[in-house]
Design a protein around this ligand. Sequence first.
Ligand code: A3P
Length: 286
Amino acid sequence: MSSSKYIQYHGLLLPSAAHSMESLEFAQNFSVEDSDVFAVTYPKSGTIWMQEILPLLLNGGDLTPIHTIPNWDRAPWLEETRLAVVVDQLPSPRALVSHLPYHLMPPSFLASKAKVIYVMRNPKDVVVSSYYFHQMAGFLHDPGTFEEFMEKFLEGRVLFGKWTDHVKSWKHTELGDRIMYITYEEMVQDLPAALRRMSDFLGRNLSEEVIQKIAENCSFKTMKTNTMSNFSLIPKGLMDDNKSPFLRKGVVGDWKNHFTSEQLTRFKSVISKELENESFSLPWSL
Ligand code: A3P
């Protein structure tokens, strides 16, 4: 796809509103610290949720960052233009997010002891969430019909390429105990339990009281009203929440309201074929 709305990076499509060749070079040369914590996601899998959660897990539940700093600056995207602007203001340990596949992470990341939480979401809900996101985001192409958009998604002609490639790349790393896998569904089902698991992984010893406080402040309902997290600070021309809010539904299984039975069959067959020789299995049935 050639359009000034997108740039191509190693065959991946990235929105030029937030990425530039300079920001991608900055990411490649970025000096990752051992104490850095990354939340890595395929788009629409819970990234901004992690931008709410990570700073609180790392600072022991102090709500100041989520009340005073927009999500994109408090846990910036490694590959986006804002990182260079805010990098010197990030408290330590730093929280970052990324949509990059494993093989495009910077050399300093590979050499470091930085930890990663990889959040995975059922791709049927990912494609639905992405479809609505394309309707509200003025910096992206109109998605067309759901049928058309689903085809693009399956072919990988969408932001950050194919969902299956992203998952494969992060399922096959040499990171050992530096990476933890969690699902969006697990977080929706029992957020305090998910937070306890993340907190243990990060070596934080958080009390039950703090876990509950973080869960309350990172709930869909609370985030939806937090101007530092709901993208209402972004001009309507770039993100129009009258068309569809960024924090849209926050549920599991909305795909059931969108897929026809033919679409479901096609979706399942493409995704399962692409994963058929993989050693891992998906945490949900397709
Ligand atoms: P929906 O469009 O299905 O509602 P990302 O941040 O990776 O772009 O993902 C966006 C998706 O995560 C949206 O899904 C959004 O509503 C959901 N989300 C964000 N915060 C959430 C929360 N606290 N609880 C549940 N879902 C959340």
